[in-house]
Every structure is written in structure tokens, then in C-alpha cells.
Write a protein that binds this ligand. Structure first.
Ligand SMILES: Nc1nc2c(ncn2[C@@H]2O[C@H](COP(=O)(O)OP(=O)(O)OP(=O)(O)O)[C@@H](O)[C@H]2O)c(=O)[nH]1
Ligand SMILES: [Mg+2]
Length: 224
């Protein structure tokens, strides 16, 4: 089985090299870095490390992921940040778990192993507000709706609809996985970001909350 890992990046030169090196330790893997106008050496380092680099000038976390998965050729798709906060070494074991459990989608859960350093109170409260909104609107008890590390089949991805172009791409992906297949959450460790975040906690938090309503309405409208 071939694995395709997509990494969206903006100015991640400090961490991207190690993330790719760790991923490359898996056998049959392609790494696709979708970069939006980095002004540092992110693209160069990614190419040196053997990744395919796609330059996507349009801003947006969802835009980048959609571009990446469009050109991915693997049977298993993986998404992970370029900032080194997610455990790239867990990709292999998570792919194994996906097969062993015969599920369509595994989302890394950062909540179970969180601590005061890697998870601020604001993020914790914000994440839970969004988790509760998903519980209300989609009747599903999710532990970490905002996790940015996933392992899933290319088949389920191709069946997904209405994925957002922004930061809410991440929750949309999980909502779609729950709608059309079987999703499980597996605890992963989460590291501290050593560089500047692209996420604006308050702005993206509220926009993600609004996006849950929008998704609910769009999904209702899409039903026959
Ligand atoms: N290509 C592209 N990449 C993006 C965009 N926005 C964020 N990224 C990348 O997507 C990944 C996730 O963004 P982060 O800033 O780490 O967001 P986050 O993980 O939710 O927040 P932190 O906890 O602060 O790390 C990182 O690798 C970013 O470089 C974008 O508009 N385009
Ligand atoms: Mg991050």
C-alpha cells in the first residue's frame, strides 16, 4: 500500500526538514509539500529531502490540502503540519491501526495527552466549544475536532463533499468521514510550536464555529 503525505506550509524552514526525514522512514511513501509563498527556504529544503513541492499562491489551509490530495497517488492519505508539533513517527503505526481496525479514517487526538505547555486554556476551551457544536449538529461525540493529523483511505476522501478552503477544512474532513464512513480517534502526543503560528485563535475559532452551522445546512440541502 502506498502512502501519500500532504504537508501545507508557509515559512516552516526550521522544522520541515525533520518532518520529511521522519516520514521518509516509511517504505512506500510520497511526500507532497503544498507551499504558499514562503519567504524562507521551506521549498528548497523540502525538495532536497525528496518531497514533491507544489506552489499554491492562493492562501488557505483547505486550499493547500485540496491541491495536495488532488495530486496524491497513494492508497492511504495523511495530513500533518510542517511545524513539527505532530508526531510524524506515528504515521506508520496509525496506518497499521487503520488496516487492523478496518476503519476509513483515523484522527490524532491531542486532548487525551495534553499538558499545560502544549495546550493553552484558550485552545482547550475553544476546541471544546467546537466539539460540543459538532455533537449538537451532527450527533457525534468528538474528542479533538481541530486536530491537524489524520490518516485515511483515498477512497473515503474521494467521496467527501463541501470541504472548506480555510482552517475549517480540518473539522469538515472529520464531519464528512463520520457521515460516509467509520472514524476513530487515537491519542497522539503534541509538541510545542517553536515558530510563529499561522492560526489566529479567536478569529479562526469563531469562523470554525460558524462553519459548523454552514456545513449542517449544506449537508441537509445536499440530501435527496
Ligand atoms: N500552504 C499553506 N499552508 C498553510 C496555510 N495556513 C497554514 N498553513 C500551514 O498549515 C500548517 C498548520 O498551520 P498552523 O499555523 O501550524 O496551525 P495550527 O497547528 O492550527 O496552530 P498552532 O497550534 O499554532 O501550530 C502549518 O504547516 C502551516 O505552515 C495556508 O494558507 N497555505
Ligand atoms: Mg501547527
Amino acid at each position: 500500500m502506498k502512502i501519500s503525505v500532504v504537508i501545507p506550509t508557509i515559512n516552516e524552514e526550521q522544522t520541515i526538514g525533520r518532518v520529511i526525514d521522519t516520514i521518509m522512514e516509511n517504505g512506500n511513501v510520497e511526500v507532497i509539500v503544498v507551499d504558499t509563498s514562503s519567504r524562507d527556504r521551506t521549498r528548497e529544503i523540502a525538495r532536497e529531502k525528496g518531497a514533491i513541492v507544489i506552489e499554491e499562491p492562493r492562501r488557505g489551509y483547505g486550499v493547500a490540502y485540496k491541491r495536495g490530495f488532488e495530486s496524491a497517488t497513494g492508497d492511504i492519505f495523511v495530513g500533518i503540519d510542517g511545524d513539527g508539533t505532530y508526531p510524524a513517527e506515528a504515521i506508520g503505526p496509525l496506518v497499521e491501526l487503520l488496516k487492523i481496525n478496518q476503519v476509513d479514517f483515523i484522527s490524532g487526538d491531542r486532548m487525551t495527552l495534553r499538558n499545560q505547555y502544549n495546550y493553552t486554556m484558550l485552545h482547550f476551551v475553544g476546541n471544546n466549544v467546537l466539539n460540543i457544536a459538532i455533537r449538537i449538529f451532527f450527533s457525534y461525540r468528538i474528542i479533538d475536532s481541530q486536530s491537524g493529523m489524520w490518516v485515511f483511505t483515498s477512497d473515503i476522501y474521494r467521496k467527501m463533499k463541501n470541504l472548506s478552503d480555510g482552517m475549517s477544512f480540518s473539522q469538515d474532513l472529520k464531519i464528512e468521514a463520520i457521515r460516509i464512513g467509520k472514524l476513530i480517534e487515537v491519542p497522539i502526543r503534541y509538541g510545542v510550536r517553536i515558530t510563529k503560528p499561522k492560526l489566529r485563535a479567536w478569529e479562526d475559532g469563531f469562523s470554525n464555529l460558524f462553519s459548523i452551522f454552514v456545513k449542517r445546512v449544506r449537508n441537509m440541502a445536499a440530501r435527496p
